[in-house]
Ligand binder design. Structure first.
Ligand code: NAI
Length: 243
């Protein structure tokens, strides 16, 4: 599927993003990881991608910043070949009941999860258009489709991802660029380390009766990235939660 060779994966240092990066490296893509936080995790992902015979590099960049994302896309463009794939996966939670939610918790979650995806699409769209094609996948959440008590900020950001995905898909379709979203349910990563499968109440909400693995999500991402006739779609990977 490699028309161009470069894939950008935000939040690719660990969790779902890391698995997506590894799967794309398996397919022969060079990998640019955009992340914030633990540099050892990022270095490990880069090493594991390189071990698959592709070029890989990690860039520290706060996706919530318009200027930082502009600079990082320019740097990636210098370091790598033509861009073919963007996966907007970086995300955070700052949960709390809406009656008590701090303004900064609203702003930071919307900033990273929603504006972050906008920033990355904004700064890469011209590159995709110039290359006459490309693939974008944004990571939403079932929380954005159904709502979730205690996650007003997170749900709003992930519902926003759905609108962003569909508008981007419509706008860039004439240029041969697809844009889709994946909406995971409960996936075992650092983000959900406080949720255990011993919680039978949680398991009752999941028809398939288990939390998902990062590979469940990565498979859906790769499917959408390799599907030239699917755009504007939101694919749930949630064990049936939001059906
Ligand atoms: P994680 O916490 O394991 O990894 C998050 C990644 O995002 C890290 O690589 C981190 O460096 C990066 N990141 C965080 N803030 C950033 C910023 N300001 N700028 C650049 N990078 C930043 O998270 P996980 O679980 O792998 O989640 C990945 C995506 O999937 C997120 O968008 C999350 O909302 C979404 N998701 C996760 C679910 C789960 O159950 N784990 C369920 C539904 C959606």
């Amino acid at each position: 599927m490699a028309e161009g060779k470069t894939a950008i994966v935000t939040g690719g240092s660990r969790g779902i993003g890391r698995e997506v990066a590894l799967r794309l490296a398996d397919l022969g893509y060079d990998i640019a990881i955009v992340y914030i936080g633990d540099e050892n995790e990022a270095a490990e992902t880069v090493r594991d991608c390189e071990a698959k015979g592709v070029k890989a590099k990690a860039y520290v960049c706060n996706v919530a910043s318009f200027e930082e994302t502009k600079a990082v896309v320019a740097e990636i463009r210098k370091d790598f070949g033509p861009l073919w794939i963007l996966v907007n996966n970086a995300g955070i939670t700052r949960d709390g009941l809406i009656a008590f939610m701090k303004e900064e918790d609203w702003d930071s979650v919307l900033g990273v999860n929603l504006k972050g995806a906008f920033n990355m699409i904004r700064h890469t769209a011209a590159l995709f258009i110039r290359n006459k094609g490309g693939r974008i996948v944004n990571i939403s959440s079932v929380s954005g489709l159904m709502g979730n008590a205690g996650q007003a900020n997170y749900s709003a950001s992930k519902a926003g991802i759905v609108g962003l995905t569909k508008s981007t898909a419509r706008e860039l379709a004439p240029k041969g660029i697809t844009c889709n979203a994946v909406a995971p349910g409960f996936i075992r990563t650092d983000m959900t380390k406080n949720i255990t499968e011993d919680n039978s109440e949680l398991l009752r909400t999941i028809p398939l009766g288990r939390m998902g693995d990062v590979s469940d999500v990565a498979s859906a991402v790769v499917f959408l990235l390799s599907s030239p006739y699917i755009t504007g779609e939101v694919l749930r990977v949630d064990g049936g939660i939001a059906m």
